[in-house]
Each structure stands twice: as structure tokens, then as C-alpha cells.
Design a protein. Structure first.
Lengths: 545, 332
């Protein structure tokens, strides 16, 4: 046995493929990954832990899989230590791995000591001891032995606990001193996905044959599984909403063709009406084309959609020119120093200010000055205030990232600073500015608190805020236009507020309308994103085409 | 002169750090040798110089260069400071019209700073302070009331790294004249019947031809300029500079980021340009200076102009020992 220091180990350029090791450890990694995936699925109740599959419950299968992974990796590690496989282990498992494994074992030790053994004040000592042993094994022993023993035994233990039913579907745990209750339906999946992650990591390290290659494979699997888990979470959230909301949202959709007049005209020579008839498509989607009212068969959210749309558009129209202008001044004109630093700090602070604070400001300052009633305009302004700091921050960053060479080149051609900003600097910064606006729209479109305070009066409205039509007409006397009902200063509804109101109205279990509203809100925000991303692509292509 | 010490490591440094020349000029120049205060009349104590340079005093007659006709640019006692750093020390030189003047010298000797003070680009650096006088056709450019737009239209500049705008080739060339209001294109001009599209096309073609680029890009004038190769980009920058019809073209190591073929194209171009324009070119490459320039000014450490004369004189029969050491590669 060599000590495995890098001085006495002979490196091989072309390693003999250790087929058995790779096949076994690859299989174990796949098994661990499967356990992770099943854990995620059962955590979200798609595959509850007591479901019977092929005569076993999901819980038993996960426990068995983890037991196999734990035992397998330990055996592989021992075999590698005994020289059965050609591996290139380092002389230590590495500090980061040791810390990681140490934390795992101290958690195990602490839980067992405090809850199973009931050691009231001694449990930290046990936790520390277990953690120290786990970390020490990983740190002191040669890599193949240390990593597989410390982490593999953890996976083995987790698997055994689940497969023997110590923590099974019927398990119930209300820890002393905490007012929470853990049940098997949550406990088993959590153990499975966590131990699955650890198992996949150890198996991948074995697969890579330890050493640098093993660490690389281990890290790759760990990071990859992490990313997969994150994606799974996002997909779960979105599909949850889609599944629940699709039915209510599409209820009563009807469409068809009818024969009718397509166009008509009165040619001067013929002096008679020519009517061209043809098939006309009709389409009725009550959920997004109707308001909320007693005489409407299927209630809809059109007023809320219109309200959200106008709120976002108004906020963008208000905040983007102001924000970009401020960013241009701060970046291109103002002396970089204490003042700009102060402005930067305060814009960052404003961006993280809670929205209810903005709402309160709007209620106290804007609403009394804009007709003393909740209004669309107040909402637009408040959301604009909220959007402003982000636009300033991101525009400033993207203006700063425009190379100085462009400014120098333009100045050397005798072009003034403003012209340079207008035709070189701003176009180059546009994609970044648009990215900032996209991020900001995501936040303000879903904002409930300020809307609640400054824009809405009734949670279930039947009327659409008609900002464009609004009774607008031209007249012959000054000021030549008249708007009898200016909807900008009328109250309006908005999707997030509507959602909040439905849930708050105590509709109980019948939350279909809420799910439908949530899905529509998601779609509205996404269509704003789509517009933003399309314009970013457009500006970027203009720079690089 | 006294002994000349063997060549130092400066050699290796100067050939590689061309990319940072401007920055090096700005800061490293004098901060590295804080005591380099060589007065022109040379009656102070012995000068301190960088390792490898011979210890000698400057003589005024080395920088006296006689030529026929009025100078295009006339620099008198120019001092440039970056904060506390004295980057250019009392430089005086006259630059004849329609010729190529090369400025050579080791890294950090202030030649780029000197060049940038000829069209007041140093104004763009906050810490820079300029004293002395620069006259363009007898008019002082460092006085109140100078129109920087007009000055920079007359004195154009090409930078070390090609810096085309992320726009089409046509837009790059037409950028200056459009912004100066000499070319009116776009919706308003079209509506008013004052569309200068034809004039613009002509100008773009002429400028690109002058920069020896037209044949290579004539069928893709609307493509983005960033898609061109480095050498083409640099010639595009020259075309962009020519489009505003300057009288003087300042070039700050225009070929240092380019491969040999692109470099030789740029060099040919510079020689052609000298027939109509006054070209001042900073270069690191002494062979390049010898090939393309009519007269050469040698700047040495500390921002002093050491010698200024016909290029042949400088390279074959330099008066200063330090200049001889420099051009023969003993230091720098």
C-alpha cells in the first residue's frame, strides 16, 4: 500500500478502463438519482409514499434503493482501498467534502441523541462528536476509504431507516419543544431526496476513480442534480397552477363560423349598396371576455386583465424615460464621486423597499391629489415609483458596460457628448435597459399591496376600465377634446388583487375561480415578458447583426 | 558620452505592452522615475535615467528642425500633468504640413499623451492638466472659445485598437458628417426633399476608397462593422476619420494590434494619406517609423523630446547618444 502522495504515485496517461467499477458505480449513481426524483415526486404528492408499486410501497422501494446505494459505495470504496480496482485516490477526501459530511453526521447525531435517546442537554456534544468523527474519517483516511465510508454509511443508514419502517408512511413525529408535526408523507421523501443527492455524489466520485477526475464527476453530478431539482420545482409550481386553473379558465369557450356581411360599399356610379357576404369566425371565451356580475352566466376577469394591463403600461411609460434619463445623467455627466455613490446606495435601498410602503405613500399623497378616490392613475404612478429604482440601477450598469472606446471614437470625430449618448451609447446599452424593465415588470405586475390601497374599490367589478375609449370625443370649442368619463381617475381592478380578494372572500373549497385567475395572471405576465424579450433580441441583433 | 550599460529587461517589456501604451503614458511615465527632471538647457545636475540609458544632457539644437513653409502644427513649451505626474516636459516642435511625422520612444515616455494633446483629447481625462501652447495654422487651440467640435473635425484621430461602432459599415463612415449636420438623411429630410442619400453614398465610397477598403466591403456596406477583421476594422476607422475631412490625422499606434499583412496595408495607406493630409503617427516599431515617416521625433523617459529631425538623420546619424542607443536596441 502506498501512501498515495502525489510524489510516489505513478500517474498513468491512458488509464485502463475499469469496466466493473464504472458499471457498478454508474448504476448506483442512477439509482440514487432515481431515489432523488421519486423523493421530489412524492414530496409533491404526485406519487404518495404509501402507493403500492409491484407489491412494495414507494417508501420501501426508496429505502431499499438507498440501502443498496449506501452498501454498494462502501463496498466499492473498500475494494478500491484493497487495490481491486485501478483508481487514483488522493491522500485525503478534501476539506470541503469533510465539512459537508461532518454536517450530515452531526445532524444525524443530534437528532438521534435529542429525540431517540432523549438526552436533553447532552445532544450538542453527541452531535459534535458524530460530526467530528464523520469529518475526521473523510479528512484523515485515504480518499477512497474516507469518502465512501463517511458518506456511503450515511446513505446506508438513511436507506435502512426508511426500509425498516422506522421512518415509514405511518411515521409521525412531534419533536419536544417544537410546535410542528412531521409525518411520514413528508419525512420519507425528504430523507429520500437528500440521501439520494449524497448517494449520487459519492457514486459519481467512485465512477470517476477518485482523485481529480472523481471530484470533477462528483461535483458535476451534485451541481447537475441540484439544477435538475430546481427545474423540477419550477415545473411543478407552474404545472400545478396550469392543472388547477386550466378548467376554470377555459370553461364555456365556444367558437364557430356564421354567414354574414364581411364588407359593404356604395360605388358612386352604381349608387347602390354592394354587400359582400362570407363566413365569419366567432369566438367566445367568457373567463377573459366577461366581468363579474349577477347576470353573467360565467364570471370572468376581463376588468382585472384590463386593469393590470393599463397599470403595467402606465408604470413603464412613467418610469422608463425618467429612469433611463437619470441613469444617463449619473453615468455620463455627473462627476463620479460621493454624490453618485450616495444616489446608488439610495436607489438600491428604494428597490428593496417593501411595496406596501409605496402603497401607503400613494394612499396618503397621491390619492387625495388625484380626485380623492382610488384610481388607475395613482396605481400607475405608485408602480412607476417602484419600477424607477430598478430601471436606474440596471440602466446605469449597462451604460457603464458600454466600452469607453466608443465615446473616445465619437469625441475624436468632433461629435458632442449628447449626440454620442443618443446615437452610440444608448443603443449599445439598450439590451441591458430592456432586461431591467423585464425584471421590474415581473415584480410590479404581481404587486397586490399598493393596488389594494390606491387603485381598487370593489374586488369583483363588472366594468372594464376603458382608458382608450372612455367616452373620448372631439368638440369644436377649446380644448377641442372631451372625455366625460376619464377612466384613468376611476378605480379599477387588477389580477393579483382580484386573486387576493377571492381568497379573502372565503369562498372556501371552491377556489376554481382563483386558480383560473392565477393562470391568467401568469399568462399576462408571461406575455409582457415575451414582448420584453422580443425587443431585447431586436436591440441585440441591431448591435451584432 | 559616458559608458553605455548593457541592454536591460525594458526591451522585453516594451514590445509587449503596446496595448497599454496610453494608460502607461498616463501613469507609469513619470511615476516610475520621480526624479527625472531634465531641464532643456541642461545646466542642472546629472540627469537620472532608467537603467540602460546613458547619462546625458539634452541640447536644444537636437530638437531644432528646419523646414520650408509654415508649420501645420506648432507646439511651444507644452507640459502635461496627470495629477502630480509630469507626463510631458516642456516639449516644443513644429510639424510640417502634408507629411508623416513619427513619434517614437519607449513605453511611458509620453508620446501618446503628446499626440492626444494635439486635438485636446486629454480634456477627456479628468486628472490631466495641460500647459503651454499648441497652434493649428497659427491659431492657439488652448485658449478660451475654442470650438472642440471644429477642432476635432480638423484634427482627426485613429486609435490603437480598432474601435468601430456597433453599426453598419455605412453608418460608421457616415457617422461624423451626419452628426455634424452635413448629411441629412432620414424621414424629415426625405419629407422636406433634402435627402442627401446620394451624397452620402458618394462620401462613403470615397472615404472607403481612400482607406483602401472599398473593394473588400462594397457589397456588404449594410453589414455590421464588428464582423470585419481587425485590419479591416482599423482601415474602417481611418475611413470614418477621413469622412469628416480633417486636415491633420493623429494615429496612436494604428498597427500595433494587427498582423503583418494588415500592418503593411496600413503603412501604405499612411504614406498615401500624407499627400493630402498632415499625419502624426505614434509607433513602437522603429522600422515602421523609418519606412513611413518624413521626420521623426524621439521621446525618451520622463516625457522629454530628445531629438527631432529628418527620419534619415535620426536613424543614420543621431546626435544624442541615448537616441542612438534606443534605435539600435540597447534599451527601450
Amino acid at each position: 500500500m502506498s501512501l498515495g502522495t502525489r510524489f510516489d504515485s505513478e500517474g498513468t496517461l491512458v488509464s485502463e478502463e475499469s469496466v466493473t467499477r464504472e458499471a457498478v458505480s454508474g448504476g448506483l449513481a442512477a439509482l440514487a438519482f432515481a431515489s432523488f426524483i421519486v423523493g421530489v415526486l412524492s414530496l409533491f404528492q404526485y406519487l404518495p409514499v404509501d402507493t403500492a408499486v409491484a407489491g412494495f410501497t414507494v417508501s420501501t422501494l426508496m429505502g431499499g434503493g438507498l440501502t443498496l446505494v449506501g452498501a454498494g459505495t462502501v463496498v466499492l470504496g473498500l475494494a478500491s482501498y484493497a487495490g481491486r480496482f485501478e483508481t487514483s485516490p488522493g491522500h485525503t477526501g478534501g476539506v470541503a467534502s469533510a465539512v459537508f459530511v461532518g454536517l450530515l453526521w452531526s445532524a444525524v447525531g443530534g437528532l438521534v441523541a435529542a429525540q431517540t435517546l432523549g438526552l436533553s442537554t447532552l445532544w450538542p456534544a453527541v452531535a459534535l462528536l458524530m460530526g467530528g468523527v464523520g469529518a475526521g474519517v473523510a479528512l484523515v483516511a485515504r480518499e477512497d476509504l474516507g469518502v465512501t465510508l463517511s458518506a456511503g454509511l450515511f446513505v446506508l443508514l438513511s436507506g435502512l431507516v426508511v426500509v425498516t419502517g422506522v421512518v415509514g408512511p405511518g411515521w409521525r413525529w412531534d419533536p419536544n419543544g417544537f410546535s410542528i408535526v412531521a409525518t411520514g408523507t413528508v419525512g420519507v421523501p425528504v430523507i429520500a431526496l437528500f440521501a439520494g443527492l449524497v448517494g449520487a455524489w459519492v457514486a459519481a466520485r467512485v465512477y470517476g476513480g477518485f482523485g481529480a477526475q472523481g471530484r470533477q464527476t462528483g461535483a458535476y453530478v451534485l451541481v447537475g442534480t441540484n439544477a435538475a431539482g430546481m427545474l423540477a420545482l419550477l415545473v411543478a409550481v407552474v404545472s400545478f397552477i396550469v392543472v388547477r386553473g386550466w378548467g376554470p379558465m377555459t370553461e364555456g369557450v365556444r367558437y364557430g363560423l356564421y354567414w354574414g356581411p364581411v364588407t359593404w360599399f356604395n360605388p358612386p356610379v352604381l349608387d347602390t349598396w354592394v354587400i359582400v357576404e362570407g363566413p365569419i369566425l366567432w369566438f367566445y371565451w367568457p373567463f377573459v371576455m366577461e366581468g363579474y356580475g349577477l347576470n353573467i352566466p360565467i364570471d370572468g376577469v376581463l376588468p382585472a386583465i384590463a386593469g393590470t394591463f393599463w397599470l403595467v403600461v402606465g408604470a413603464i411609460v412613467f418610469a422608463v424615460p425618467l429612469g433611463v434619463g437619470a441613469a444617463v445623467f449619473l453615468t455620463e455627466y455627473a462627476e463620479q464621486g460621493r454624490f453618485t455613490f450616495l444616489v446608488e446606495i439610495s436607489t438600491n435601498g428604494l428597490w428593496s423597499t417593501p411595496s406596501i410602503v409605496y402603497g401607503l405613500f400613494g394612499l396618503a399623497f397621491l390619492v387625495p391629489r388625484l380626485g380623492n378616490t382610488p384610481s388607475l392613475l395613482s396605481g400607475q404612478l405608485v408602480l412607476g415609483f417602484m419600477l424607477l429604482p430598478l430601471v436606474v440601477i440596471t440602466s446605469r450598469e449597462s451604460l457603464k458596460s458600454v466600452p469607453d472606446e466608443y465615446r473616445d471614437a465619437s469625441a475624436a470625430l468632433g461629435v458632442s457628448r449628447w449626440e454620442t449618448i443618443k446615437s452610440v451609447v444608448l443603443p449599445a446599452a439598450m439590451p441591458g435597459v430592456v432586461t431591467g424593465v423585464i425584471l421590474g415588470v415581473g415584480r410590479i405586475a404581481g404587486e397586490t399591496a399598493p393596488i389594494l390601497l390606491v387603485t381598487t374599490s370593489s374586488p369583483f367589478s363588472a366594468d372594464v376600465a376603458g382608458v382608450i375609449q372612455g367616452g373620448f370625443s372631439f368638440v369644436s370649442s377649446f380644448p377641442f377634446v372631451t372625455v366625460p368619463t376619464l377612466d384613468l381617475v376611476q378605480s379599477s381592478n387588477a389580477l393579483p388583487y382580484q386573486l387576493f380578494a377571492i381568497i379573502g372572500a372565503g369562498l372556501g373549497e371552491n377556489l376554481d375561480f382563483a386558480w383560473g385567475t392565477a393562470l391568467v395572471l401568469l399568462l399576462v405576465v408571461m406575455s409582457f415578458y415575451a414582448v420584453g424579450i422580443a425587443s431585447r433580441v431586436y436591440f441585440r441583433r441591431k448591435l451584432n447583426a | 558620452m559616458s559608458e553605455s550599460t548593457p541592454q536591460s529587461q525594458n526591451d522585453a517589456q516594451s514590445t509587449t505592452d503596446g496595448a497599454t501604451e496610453t494608460a502607461a503614458d498616463a501613469t507609469a511615465g513619470t511615476s516610475a522615475e520621480p526624479g527625472t527632471g531634465a531641464p532643456l538647457d541642461g545646466d542642472a545636475g546629472p540627469d537620472r535615467t532608467t537603467a540602460g540609458e546613458t547619462d546625458e544632457r539634452l541640447r536644444e539644437e537636437w530638437t531644432q528642425y528646419q523646414f520650408a513653409g509654415e508649420p501645420k502644427l506648432s507646439v511651444e513649451d507644452l507640459d502635461v500633468y496627470y495629477g502630480d505626474d509630469h507626463a510631458i516636459q516642456s516639449v516644443s516642435m513644429d510639424i510640417p504640413r502634408n507629411s508623416v511625422t513619427a513619434l517614437i520612444g519607449p513605453s511611458g515616455c509620453g508620446k501618446s499623451t503628446f499626440l492626444r494633446s494635439l486635438n485636446r483629447m486629454n480634456d477627456r481625462i479628468n486628472s490631466a492638466r495641460v500647459e503651454g501652447s499648441v497652434e493649428l495654422d497659427g491659431e492657439e487651440i488652448y485658449q478660451d472659445g475654442v470650438d472642440l467640435v471644429e477642432l476635432r473635425k480638423r484634427v482627426g484621430m485613429v486609435f490603437q485598437a480598432p474601435n468601430p461602432f456597433p453599426k453598419s459599415i455605412r453608418d460608421n463612415v457616415a457617422y461624423g458628417p451626419r452628426k455634424h449636420g452635413e448629411l441629412r438623411t432620414g424621414l424629415v429630410a426625405r419629407l422636406l426633399g433634402r435627402d442627401d442619400s446620394e451624397a452620402e453614398a458618394e462620401l462613403v465610397e470615397r472615404s472607403l476608397r481612400q482607406a483602401a477598403l472599398y473593394e473588400e466591403v462594397e457589397d456588404r456596406l449594410d453589414d455590421n462593422a464588428l464582423g470585419l477583421s481587425g485590419g479591416q476594422q482599423q482601415r474602417l476607422c481611418i475611413a470614418r476619420c477621413l469622412a469628416v475631412d480633417p486636415e491633420v490625422i493623429l494615429m496612436d499606434e494604428p498597427a500595433s494590434a494587427l498582423d503583418p499583412i494588415a500592418t503593411s496595408k496600413i503603412e501604405d495607406l499612411i504614406e498615401e494619406l500624407a499627400e493630402d493630409y498632415t499625419v502624426v503617427v505614434v509607433t513602437h516599431n522603429m522600422q515602421q517609423a523609418a519606412r513611413i515617416s518624413d521626420q521623426t521625433a524621439v521621446f525618451l523617459t520622463g516625457g522629454e523630446l530628445v531629438e527631432y529631425d529628418d527620419t534619415d538623420e535620426i536613424f543614420e546619424n543621431p546626435e544624442s547618444q541615448r537616441v542612438e542607443d534606443y534605435i539600435t536596441g540597447k534599451f527601450g
